[in-house]
Design a protein around this ligand. Structure first.
Ligand code: ADP
Ligand code: MG
Length: 257
């Protein structure tokens, strides 16, 4: 039955989750690392994934654009099944920006070139357009004046902000972050989190694996706690972080808070 609201194309596309993972299993050899994960991120939602080291957070994130091959289960990105061999994976991947703990900038290219390279190759943008988009995104992360710098001339926090600007320059529909501040000196963490917070406020769809519980509390719409390859508990940040229901969540939080 179609209602007035769901028959409008805008309403229909809004209803499709950005990411929907169903019964995802992933093994490395005989070791099962993801044991039946159900997980979703709605459009415009910020979902923070927390949990102990080795619980499978990175593997889950990497499965979302098939940097890891799922063993079984379904992963839909904006309604498209990315485990279907017929799916054009490159096309889906251009909609997903990813930022890792390590910034992975090209050391021999200046910041501007780091931001224009993929745009020119994958988006077929001309030099002028790519540079304009790059400069807009550098300004957005507070580095408008660093286009000519090389990565080694920047602090870790600045490099990570360049990595974010590079991902944004591809016009992604969603951003995945895998512990983006874990490699940074403590005094540099705040600037990166501030950029991420601004993105969230602008309505970007975000999956953020993080140990920054304060960020998860203040910026997350939902917190997902993983342990041992399963989602143990999820809900509103205030519920999961301040009133965890599961003993494993309580134990984890007692160590990190
Ligand atoms: P987290 O990000 O929560 O720390 P990971 O997803 O990185 O956890 O890892 C979950 C488990 O999977 C760990 O035990 C890790 O050693 C294992 N693992 C991850 N990647 C590989 C791989 N490429 N080969 C073998 N084991 C892996
Ligand atoms: Mg990890």
């Amino acid at each position: 039955m179609s209602t007035a609201a769901s028959s409008s194309p805008a309403a229909a596309s809004k209803a499709v989750p950005a990411i929907q993972v169903q019964n995802l299993h992933k093994s490395f050899g005989s070791k099962e690392v993801l044991k039946g994960i159900d997980f979703h991120v709605d459009q415009g939602e910020v979902v923070c994934v927390i949990g102990p080291s080795g619980s499978g957070k990175s593997t889950l994130l990497r499965c979302v654009n098939r940097l890891e091959e799922p063993t079984s289960g379904t992963i839909l990105v904006e309604g498209v099944d990315i485990t279907d061999p017929e799916t054009d994976l490159d096309k889906v991947r251009t909609r997903i920006g990813i930022v890792f703990q390590q910034f992975n900038l090209f050391p021999h290219l200046n910041v501007l070139k780091n931001l224009t390279l993929a745009q020119r190759r994958a988006k077929k943008r001309g030099k002028v357009e790519a540079e304009e988009i790059a400069r807009t995104n550098l300004a957005k992360v507070g580095l408008a004046d660093r286009g000519d710098s090389f990565p080694a001339q920047l602090s870790g926090g600045q490099q990570q902000r360049v990595a974010i600007a590079r991902a944004l320059s591809m016009d992604p529909d969603m951003m995945l972050f895998d512990e983006p501040t874990s490699a940074l000196d403590p005094e540099l963490v705040g600037d990166v989190l501030a950029v991420m917070r601004k993105l969230a406020e602008e309505g970007m769809t975000m999956m953020v694996v993080t140990h920054e519980i304060g960020f998860a509390r203040e910026v997350g719409d939902r917190v997902v706690f993983m342990d041992g390859g399963v989602v143990v508990e999820q809900g509103r940040p205030s519920d999961v972080l301040d009133n965890p229901q599961h003993p494993r969540t309580r134990e984890f939080l007692s160590k990190v808070l």
